[in-house]
Design a protein around this ligand. Structure first.
Ligand code: AMP
Ligand code: ZN
Length: 482
């Protein structure tokens, strides 16, 4: 089956053709670890996960790199301001290294909670300083750089194709106001290496051929992706905010350094926004003050995979409106899928049907038309909402035999990773604690004795605990409110 992906470079869906037959290299821009990732950030790691699992199922050997940005990302994406890690360290009077280590751990834990397959090693920018210096030297040798008072800059005017990804218009690109320009020759030039300033002691700084300082944010992604995936590789992912600056600059410096096309397919995930309306200004962001962390959802009693379901239920190139109601609905839907799967014998089949968690283990290829249909949904630019709909339709289809439903659920689980065979929450919801059972018994006895006041009192008590009772002739039934 062919995989088509929407390539930001061409603004079209294209059939995926790997550089090396049977292999796929993917680079995903990772988090800047000066604070917690919010659920908007986390959304941008769900679709590469589905991509990776789909590629594996199609038989590709996938090499996936997610980096950790622990230096060089300035407070303005456009290359100005303070280093985010250094600023956090100053504000909290802590070590920048400790902050980076702490938030890297939180990030990895969030990924695992969302069943995102975490690569064994996540390269850190601070662990790849020599590679970044070597790349800047290459650019300098090619005449692509110049020095200013505060650093070494990439001369975007020397790269004729600058701005191709973002479709930036050439005219006007090179000019900027005096303030924007600083010592830059062109507005779109960007720092490759910044010098440590004389008046503020940095915690993270290194010697270089140009003086003590630190690398720019963009160069780290080029240096690390090339180190692990080669000078040319297949797929690069990130959020849409990376198109005009970060990825534009990655392409310019990488292609200037190697003389080769850098990446074949650029995939960008759309924002998660807060609220019901289509107000695009309400994107969840650290500076917008509307952050929600996965941990907060967990503290409210949600299962993290309810968020994964919510993310999968929107196409990655569409805005995702986050509301409490939407999350509740996603949680209920996830539980509904599990209930249907358990209903067709998923409990007994669970261990056999649910695919193994072995990182590189390919899920079995489709055996059945419905499995092929679900795979076709994902092969159509990762259409996860349609894949979920295919699963729902099949599980609700009364004519489809239980065995086929189970097999499809196992197949879907290998790609969507929703713990569809985990029925523990269903069981917990249905289980009735002893003390509740006792109150119900007392109420039944009171009712039999026609002590209706006492019976009503106990009924109210049960309702407060989240249970309702339905009386029949022979006895009663206890139900838990969901
Ligand atoms: P950062 O940690 O700021 O470097 O961002 C990590 C990733 O999250 C990047 O790929 C961003 O494009 C992405 N991102 C930031 N805000 C949002 C949002 N509200 N919705 C979806 N992705 C986002
Ligand atoms: Zn990056």
């Amino acid at each position: 089956m062919e995989l088509t992906l929407f390539n930001t470079l061409s603004r079209k869906k294209e059939v995926f053709q790997p550089i090396k037959s049977g292999e796929a290299g993917i680079y995903t821009c990772g988090p800047t670890v000066y604070a917690h990732a919010h659920i908007g950030n986390l959304r941008s790691y769900v679709f590469p996960d589905v991509l990776k699992k789909t590629l594996r199922l199609l038989g590709y050997q996938v090499l996936h790199v997610i980096n950790i940005t622990d230096v060089g990302h300035l407070t303005s994406n456009a290359d100005e301001g303070e280093d985010k890690l250094e600023r956090a360290a100053r504000q909290q009077a802590r070590s920048a290294w400790d902050i980076a280590a702490e938030y890297t751990e939180h990030y990895l834990r969030d990924l695992r909670r969302l069943n995102i397959d975490v690569p064994p090693d996540l390269p850190r920018a601070t662990g790849h300083i020599p590679e970044q210096i070597a790349m800047i030297e290459k650019l300098a040798a090619g005449g692509y750089t110049y020095d200013t008072e505060d650093g070494i800059y990439f001369d975007s005017a020397r790269f004729p194709d600058y701005g191709r990804l973002a479709r930036l218009k050439a005219e006007g690109l090179q000019e900027g106001s005096r303030v924007e320009m600083g010592g830059k020759r062109n507005k779109t030039d960007f720092a490759l290496w910044k010098f440590s300033s004389a008046d503020a002691q940095r915690q993270m700084e290194w010697e270089s051929p140009w003086g003590k300082g630190f690398p720019g944010w963009h160069i780290e992604c080029s240096a690390m992706s090339m180190k692990y995936l080669g000078e040319r590789f297949d797929i690069h992912t990130g959020g849409t905010d990376h198109i005009p600056v970060h990825h534009t600059n990655e392409i310019a410096q990488s292609e200037a350094a190697t003389g080769k096309p850098f990446v074949n397919y650029w995939l960008h995930g759309e924002y998660l926004i807060v609220g019901e309306d289509k107000d695009r200004d309400k994107r969840m962001g650290k500076s917008e003050g509307n952050l929600l962390r996965l941990q907060q959802l967990i503290d409210e009693g949600y299962e993290p995979l309810a968020f994964r379901y919510l993310a999968l239920n929107a196409h990655y190139r569409n805005y995702l409106n986050f509301t409490d109601q939407a999350l509740k609905a996603a949680d209920a839907a996830l539980m509904g899928l599990r209930r249907l799967i358990r209903g067709v014998g998923g409990e007994a089949a669970g261990a056999a049907e649910a695919p193994s968690e072995e990182a590189q283990a390919p899920v079995e290829t489709p055996k059945d038309g419905r499995e092929a249909a679900l795979l076709a949904d994902l092969c159509d630019d990762l259409n996860t909402p349609r894949a979920l709909a295919t699963l729902w339709t099949a599980l609700r289809d009364e004519r489809l035999p239980a065995g086929k439903k189970l097999a499809l659920a196992g197949f879907a689980e290998g790609l969507l990773s929703l713990n569809l065979f985990d029925f523990s929450r269903l069981e917990a919801q249905e289980a009735v604690p002893d003390v509740i059972r006792e109150i119900a018994e007392q109420r039944w006895a009171a009712r039999q004795a026609k002590d209706y006041a006492e019976s009503d009192r106990l009924r109210n008590l049960l309702a407060k605990e989240g249970f309702s009772v339905q009386d029949g002739k022979e006895g009663y039934q206890l139900l838990k409110f969901s």
